[in-house]
Write a protein that binds this ligand. Structure first.
Ligand SMILES: *Cc1c(COP(=O)(O)O)cnc(C)c1O
Length: 219
């Protein structure tokens, strides 16, 4: 399998991530293995290493992996973590266990139609960087209400930290955690390979890890 690490390597890296979580005082933090940019064999690898939650950014890639017979037999839960286009919801609906990037009303209606009662996170924009998606913090309560009104189950909120190394991620993560608490939600999905300590320190309950588990992306 070109490029992919061994099961042992992924297992060691996962243990290393759990250690990094523990060092900053994290408890009960779910690790979502982000498999984007890797061939379908990554699914078997991830599950063998102990991951049950897997994330993908692109609809086609998620469906290709989720619908693969061997991968499917392993039964991972798929999270859609990338920017979501309304016209991809129907394709994704049979496969997605958690929609992490709900950031506008038109998505709420479409997910409710194609995947009634589905579990969702509302994505919050916290960095001011364009192209990341997410709604403004001020819009979150209304969007959470809109989800509830259509029967979707809002588990919590999600955000993507800054790409610009000059921007400190802490304040944005803290803001999302405050919103999660204020709205009485549970899940706070924030933190990736490079900023997980800061995210967990600010109260993340779910981190999304790609490179630190599976190495550089090949596609
Ligand atoms: C790619 C991606 C990740 C994983 O990033 P790594 O830096 O590889 O850990 C997590 N969340 C989102 C939204 C992503 O697009």
């Amino acid at each position: 399998m070109d490029g992919l690490p061994s099961v042992e390597e992924v297992g060691e890296r996962l243990a290393g991530i759990r250690e990094r979580i523990a060092v900053v005082g994290g408890r009960d933090v779910t690790v979502v293995g982000v498999t984007k940019g890797h061939p379908v064999e990554v699914v078997e690898l991830a599950v063998a290493a102990g991951l049950t939650e897997l994330g993908e950014n692109y609809a086609q890639e998620l469906v290709a992996k989720a619908a693969d017979p061997a991968a499917r037999a392993l039964g991972p839960h798929w999270h859609h973590i990338g920017r979501l286009q309304r016209n991809k919801v129907r394709l994704l609906a049979p496969h997605v266990a958690l929609w992490q990037t709900v950031d506008r009303v038109e998505l709420v209606a479409e997910i409710a139609r194609r995947a009634p009662g589905a579990a969702v996170l509302v994505q919050v924009a916290t960095t001011g960087e364009v192209g990341k998606g997410g709604c403004a913090a001020a819009e979150v309560p209304a969007l959470v209400d809109a989800c509830g009104d259509t029967g979707l189950r809002v588990r919590g909120l999600m955000t993507v930290g800054p790409t610009d190394p000059e921007v400190a991620p802490g304040p944005g993560f803290a803001e999302v955690r405050r919103l999660v608490d204020r709205l009485g939600l549970e899940c706070c999905s924030m933190g990736m390979s490079d900023d997980l300590e800061i995210a967990v320190g600010e109260g993340s309950t779910m981190i999304r890890i790609g490179r630190a588990l599976f190495g550089p992306r090949t596609a």
